[in-house]
Design a binder for this molecule. Structure first.
Ligand code: SF4
Ligand code: SF4
Length: 120
């Protein structure tokens, strides 16, 4: 089994999980982070620190996140990383799995409403 990062991480990337991982198997892509499934030791240390509940054990992924088991695994082939044995030795990759790359961008923040001037 492995832990898996799901779509709530997209465009968040605060890396809170990275500091918790004892084997340094969480790698940075363009729009999200990815767990290397062959390096993950299933310790669960990353899961509770994620502020957006993006991390799940593979077997407990919500049904609409299921595709992300393969997304995490495939990223390492797409990025040409394989299983490098630790993110500290690897530069952040400015690429993503296609499903993540095409994920809808969040809407821009709404501009504040203009303040109405009072006539004196
Ligand atoms: S479950 Fe443990 S080993 Fe796997 S990514 Fe999370 S912190 Fe790292
Ligand atoms: S803690 Fe959650 S949101 Fe932050 S980088 Fe890790 S998976 Fe992404």
């Amino acid at each position: 089994m492995t832990y898996v990062i799901g779509p709530p991480c997209i465009d968040i990337k605060d890396a809170a999980c990275v500091a918790e991982c004892p084997v340094d198997c969480i790698y940075t892509g363009g729009r999200m982070l990815y767990i290397q499934p062959d390096e993950c030791i299933d310790c669960g240390a990353c899961e509770p620190v994620c502020p957006v509940e993006a991390i799940y054990p593979e077997s407990f992924l919500p049904s609409d996140f299921k595709a992300f088991t393969k997304v995490n695994a495939d990223f390492f082939q797409i990025a040409g990383l394989g299983a490098p044995g630790g993110a500290a030795h690897v530069k952040a990759v400015d690429a993503d799995h296609p499903l993540v790359g095409g994920w809808p961008q969040p809407p821009p923040p709404e501009a504040p409403a203009p303040i109405a001037r009072q006539r004196s």
